[in-house]
Design a protein around this ligand. Structure first.
Ligand code: C2E
Ligand code: CA
Ligand code: CA
Length: 312
């Protein structure tokens, strides 16, 4: 159990009792959002921020109910053979007035407002149904947020969606970050075991960007490590990034877990990763996230011909 507290002071922060309580409430939401687990004091700027997030949540709820969300797919491929291994499903939302909003922003809003459950279930269903219709038996990777992972019903949902869509379990991979796992390890392990028992794969997302990464790898049975794009970004110029990439690749080799490098944007990054023996890659150089309809017509064998072509 955790608690967050908000405080507003009379007479500076409000004209009357209702406003005072409302502003203390806003301060409480701020403390909650910032994961402060502590006390937050009201100020006027904070009120505007919280109101904006509440409005976003309302609009997101509307979008979810009216089918205004979309899933885009980004290719994941073998760096040695250029064979396509799978696609990561990435959620897209275009707000009617504000335009496209980054999932990094609206996923947090969904988590705070109890929307992540239905939203995550929707993405999972959409992605599995899309993948089941692909000609090639490649995987689909679906992101699972930390809050969604806390739901004890997740394994049941995954099972239901696989049955409904007819997607073979080995073609689904769930991407989890460390934050999702470390709060309650025993419980996380229990959920992970149930998911793995279904035959579904698990990838550790954003590896290296959090903390206690090595401990996470030791404790949980991951099928893939996704090396955070921050390391790929620096791989050409800075020695530290290259050393870290090399160490993670060696770690993957000795644990027998394939490593996928995220955020590959240049030929140089790609050739360094290839020469270091990185198994898989993902990034704008290999293909940008695109709507399902934009993935080229189905074709066999699944070999890539040109660098920017997507083949599903
Ligand atoms: P992520 O899981 O690490 O996803 C990879 C992000 O990197 C995506 O951003 C992708 O568009 C972007 N990216 C791919 N290649 C490159 C590249 O070469 N360079 C750069 N700079 N970026 C690249 P996006 O789609 O904006 O998503 C951001 C984050 O939002 C995701 O990070 C993920 O944590 C979250 N997210 C997206 N879709 C979902 C979803 O359906 N469910 C949940 N729970 N989270 C999602
Ligand atoms: Ca991901
Ligand atoms: Ca990532």
């Amino acid at each position: 159990m955790g608690a967050s507290m908000g405080a507003a002071m009379w007479p500076d922060d409000a004209q009357n009792l209702d406003e005072l309580i409302n502003n203390a409430d806003l301060a409480m939401y701020h403390a909650k959002h910032a994961s402060l687990d502590a006390l937050s004091f009201y100020d006027a700027g904070l009120g505007a921020g919280v109101r904006k997030r509440r409005q976003l949540a309302e609009a997101l709820r509307h979008a979810l109910e009216h089918g205004d969300l979309e899933v885009h797919y980004q290719v994941q491929m073998s760096l040695s053979t250029s064979e396509i291994h799978g696609y990561e499903a990435l959620l897209r939302w275009t707000h009617p007035q504000l335009g496209p909003i980054s999932p990094a922003e609206f996923i947090t809003v969904a988590e705070e407002n109890g929307l992540i459950g239905p939203l995550g279930a929707w993405v999972l269903r959409r992605a599995c149904a899309d993948a089941a219709a692909w000609n090639s038996p490649c995987r689909v990777a679906v992101n699972v947020s930390a809050v969604q992972f806390m739901d004890a019903n997740l394994p049941r949902l995954v099972h239901e969606v696989l049955v409904e869509t007819g997607l073979p379990p080995h073609r689904l991979e769930l991407e989890l970050t460390e934050t999702a796992l470390i709060k309650d390890k025993t419980r996380s392990l229990h959920v992970i075991r149930q998911i793995k028992a279904l035959g579904v794969g698990l990838a550790l997302d954003d590896f290296g960007s959090g903390y206690s990464s090595l401990e996470t790898l030791r404790s949980f049975p991951f099928d893939k490590i996704k090396l955070d794009k921050a390391f790929v970004e620096g791989i050409e110029q800075d020695r530290q990034s290259k050393a870290i990439v090399r160490a993670v690749l060696a770690l993957g080799k000795s644990l027998d877990i394939p490593v996928l490098a995220e955020g590959i944007e240049t030929d140089e990054q790609m050739s360094v990763l290839r020469s270091e023996g990185c198994d898989e890659g993902q990034g704008y150089l290999l293909g940008r996230p695109a709507p399902i309809g934009d993935l080229a017509p189905k074709r066999e064998p699944m070999l890539r011909n040109t660098p920017h072509e997507n083949v599903a």
